[in-house]
Design a binder for this molecule. Structure first.
Ligand SMILES: Nc1c(/N=C/[C@@H](O)[C@H](O)[C@H](O)COP(=O)(O)O)[nH]c(=O)[nH]c1=O
Ligand SMILES: [Zn+2]
Length: 362
């Protein structure tokens, strides 16, 4: 196997921890001595040892003269664990292959430099774009200091998210809806507007055959119209109700509970200021925010240019009539101003399409 193949293995090990390392990145490491794998590891949970430490512990003295492949530059500062750059130097490896340097400007390249200074060969940029894509969430959070926003919607082939009566059960198939629960399992938080709560009374929990982890539920509800009976106020997951500064204090007190928090943020033209909201969610260590609707909420995230990734489910059925489309809000006046998506991928779940893309930001 060559450098790319060993790095591919390190990336695979890292991606198996998807959604479990937040607010830290996913990182994988493989130690190879004379073509033989002698150690491997991934960072499993924030606060626990980093991938390099697990892999080097497994290698033991077989690390002597070996090569270590790591998907992110070994850290050189004291976070919750000692610097991996020192651990790599002490291990006796003779070569370090890195996919991507640390994006944090304060430490970028310092780990690699410290290892080079110790007389160890360092190669960088092997499968760098794969490594960046794998940690797209963490990269956005680190560089933009806000959660990565993943918009998910589901519509009929004629572009509706509900019948003109508001009925929407169900647009997509069981297998497509199960895929959405896999997204929820990865997400730190899931956000919907009060319109969706009043229309569907959703649970917004993760319900996979193998269980899964339910994200924090964030409900945009400027005037706190949510009924006390709403299922999202249940104890199965934490819930944050986001309202404006003029919400009724008595209603705030009546809604607060062990699992329900009320967050007041500023308003923009009568609607929650999304930049302020994302800043507050980031302070709560939320790095992946799944926005599940409805149309007004999706439209306002588009208008605010805060969508980092889109997955649109399209069911091959026609509902007709004047039902709502997936995005409302102001939108753009000219088609040439439409947000162009890049890096498109298409998956099929039964007969449903899932189109994923990334807004192209110059
Ligand atoms: N109507 C549909 C969706 N609808 C999405 C939201 O409007 C629903 O309220 C939300 O998914 C319900 O969450 P739950 O109660 O936790 O199951 N989303 C989909 O992918 N396909 C659909 O056909
Ligand atoms: Zn480290």
């Amino acid at each position: 196997m060559n450098d790319q193949q060993f790095m591919k293995l390190a990336l695979q090990i890292a991606s198996a921890t998807n959604g479990r390392t937040w607010p830290n990145p996913m990182v994988g490491a493989v130690v190879v001595n004379n073509g033989q794998i002698v150690g491997m590891g991934a960072h499993l949970k924030a606060g626990e040892p980093h991938a390099e430490v697990h892999a080097l512990n497994m290698a033991g003295d077989k690390a002597l003269g070996a090569t270590i492949y790591v998907t992110l530059e070994p850290c050189s500062h004291y976070g919750r664990t000692p610097p991996c750059a020192d651990r790599v130097i002490q291990s006796g490896v003779s070569r370090v292959v890195i996919a991507m340097l640390d994006p944090n400007p304060l430490v970028a390249g310092q780990g690699a430099e410290r290892i080079r200074q110790a007389g160890i060969e360092v190669v960088t940029g092997v499968l760098e774009s794969e490594a960046r894509r794998m940690n797209e969430v963490w990269l956005t959070a680190i560089t933009k200091r806000r959660p990565f926003v993943w918009m998910k919607a589901a519509m009929t082939l004629d572009g509706k998210i509900a019948a003109r009566t508001g009925d929407s059960k169900w647009i997509t198939s069981e297998s497509a809806r199960q895929e959405v629960h896999r997204y929820r399992d990865q997400a730190d938080a899931i956000l919907v507007g009060i319109g969706t709560v009043l229309a569907d009374d959703p649970q917004l929990t993760t319900r996979l055959p193998e269980g899964g982890r339910s994200p924090v539920r964030v409900i945009l509800d400027t005037h706190l119209r949510i009924p006390e009976s709403a299922r999202v106020l249940g104890p199965e997951a934490p819930t944050i109700l986001v309202c404006g500064p003029n919400a009724d204090p008595a209603k705030i007190r009546s809604l607060q509970s062990q699992t329900v928090d009320v967050l007041q943020v500023g308003l923009d033209n009568g609607k929650v200021n999304l930049h302020q909201l994302l800043d507050q969610l980031y302070r709560r260590q939320i790095t992946l925010l799944l926005v599940e609707g409805g149309a007004e909420v999706h439209g306002s995230f588009l208008d605010a240019e805060l969508i980092d990734k889109v997955t649109m489910f399209v069911a091959p059925k026609l509902i007709g009539g004047t039902g709502p489309s997936p995005l409302a809000g102001n939108g753009f006046s000219r088609m040439s101003d439409a947000v162009q998506l890049q890096n498109i991928s298409v998956e099929m779940f039964d007969n449903d399409l899932a189109v994923t893309g990334y807004p192209d930001r110059q």
